[in-house]
Write a protein that binds this ligand. Structure first.
Ligand SMILES: *[C@@H]1O[C@H](CO)[C@@H](O)[C@H](O)[C@H]1NC(C)=O
Ligand SMILES: *[C@@H]1O[C@H](CO)[C@@H](O)[C@H](O)[C@H]1NC(C)=O
Length: 307
C-alpha cells in the first residue's frame, strides 16, 4: 500500500514537472509574429502582423484568437479561435465577424510551421471597435426622368447614410433622408425642370454612436427648360400651327360642303349613254312589238308564223 502511494505521488510529480515543458514554446525555431496592429475603417476590422520566416520549406500558418470583455471577465479568460483565421496562410486576418460588441478586445496570434509552433503574440492595447475610422461614402448622383437619384457605396451592414439634398440656389431648403442598405439606387425626390440639385452624404454607425464627415457635394441639373418658358414656347408653337392650319381647313371645308350638296360624280363607262334618245326609243319599240306578238298570237299561230 505504501509502495503504491509512493508510485502514485512519483507519477504525479513527474507529470506536474513535465507540464511546464509541454506548455512551453517547444521550438525557438518558429519566432512569434511581431508588430500586431488593427486597421479598422467603416466597421471593418483587420488584424495584421509582420510575416514570420522559418528555415526549411514547411509552410507557415497563423492562428488568431480573440478575447472580449465577456470572455475576459466571466469565462476564466478563455480565448476563442477567430472565425476566419484558424488557421490562415497570410500575415493578416479579417476579425470583423469576431468583434461583435463595443468593448475592449484582446487579440493574439501565433505561427506554425509543420509540427513546430511559435509562442503567442498579443496586441499591446486592446482594440475597441468604437475607434474605427469612418469615411463618407462614394456616391453617384443621377436623374431618372424628373427624379433625383442617388447611388451609394456599400460599406457593409453596420453603416447607414445620412443624406442631405437641396435645390442649388441661395436660401433653398435642405431635405434630409436616412438611407439603409446601400448598393441600390434611391429616389430622393422630384426635380423641377431646369433647376440644379445637390446631394451630400455622411456615413453613420448607430452601434457606436458615431458618424463621418460629409463628403463632397455632387450636383445634377434637371432636364428641360424652366416651366414658364417651356409653356410660353409651347403656346407660341401651337399658335403658329393654328395660323398655318386655318386657311387650309377653311378651303377643305368648302370643298366638302360643295361635294355633299351638289355632287359632280362622273358615271362609270358602262352607265354612259352615247346617243340616248335613239337607243332608248329603239329598245322600247322592239319590246312593244314582242309583247304584242305574245299577246295576240296563239301557240298554233306562232308555230305557223315561225314556219
Ligand atoms: C516591426 O515594424 C518595424 C517598423 O514598422 C520594423 O522595423 C520591424 O522590422 C518590424 N518587425 C518585424 C519582426 O518585422
Ligand atoms: C470608446 O468607448 C470607450 C468606453 O468603452 C470610451 O472610453 C472611448 O472614449 C470611446 N472612444 C471613442 C473614439 O468613442
Amino acid at each position: 500500500m505504501v509502495l503504491e502511494g509512493t508510485w502514485t505521488s512519483l507519477f504525479t510529480w513527474i507529470f506536474c514537472a513535465l507540464i511546464p515543458c509541454l506548455l512551453m514554446d517547444p521550438g525557438a525555431r518558429v519566432p512569434a509574429p511581431q508588430n500586431l496592429s488593427v486597421h479598422s475603417a467603416n466597421m471593418n476590422h483587420r488584424l495584421t502582423w509582420s510575416p514570420v520566416t522559418v528555415s526549411g520549406d514547411a509552410a507557415v500558418r497563423y492562428w488568431v484568437e480573440y478575447q472580449g470583455e465577456y470572455e475576459s471577465l466571466y469565462m476564466s479568460h478563455i480565448w476563442i479561435p477567430s472565425r476566419w483565421c484558424s488557421p490562415t496562410p497570410g500575415p493578416e486576418c479579417d476579425v470583423t465577424d469576431d468583434i461583435t460588441a463595443t468593448v475592449p478586445y484582446g487579440l493574439r496570434v501565433r505561427a506554425t510551421a509543420g509540427p513546430e509552433t511559435s509562442a503567442w503574440s498579443a496586441l499591446k492595447q486592446p482594440f475597441n471597435r468604437n475607434s474605427t475610422r469612418l469615411t463618407p461614402p462614394r456616391m453617384a448622383v443621377t436623374k431618372d426622368g424628373s427624379h433625383l437619384v442617388l447611388e451609394l457605396e456599400d460599406l457593409g451592414p453596420q453603416c447607414e447614410f445620412f443624406v442631405v439634398y437641396w435645390r442649388n440656389e441661395p436660401g433653398a431648403k435642405e431635405h434630409a433622408k436616412v438611407v439603409r442598405g446601400a448598393g441600390l439606387p434611391v429616389h430622393l425626390g422630384a426635380m423641377e425642370p431646369g433647376a440644379a440639385y445637390c446631394v451630400k452624404a455622411r456615413t453613420r454607425v448607430t452601434v457606436i454612436s458615431r458618424h463621418s464627415a460629409f463628403g463632397q457635394a455632387q450636383c445634377v441639373e434637371a432636364q428641360g427648360e424652366p416651366l414658364p418658358l417651356a409653356l410660353a414656347l409651347f403656346a407660341f408653337l401651337a399658335f403658329v400651327l393654328f395660323l398655318v392650319a386655318l386657311p387650309f381647313s377653311v378651303w377643305k371645308m368648302g370643298q366638302l360642303l360643295r361635294y355633299s350638296c351638289c355632287p359632280m360624280a362622273s358615271l362609270p363607262d358602262t352607265l354612259k349613254i352615247t346617243n340616248p334618245s335613239r337607243k332608248l326609243v329603239a329598245c322600247r319599240r322592239e319590246e312593244e312589238v314582242d309583247a304584242c306578238v305574245l299577246a295576240v298570237l296563239s301557240p298554233e299561230e306562232v308555230f305557223g308564223a315561225w314556219i
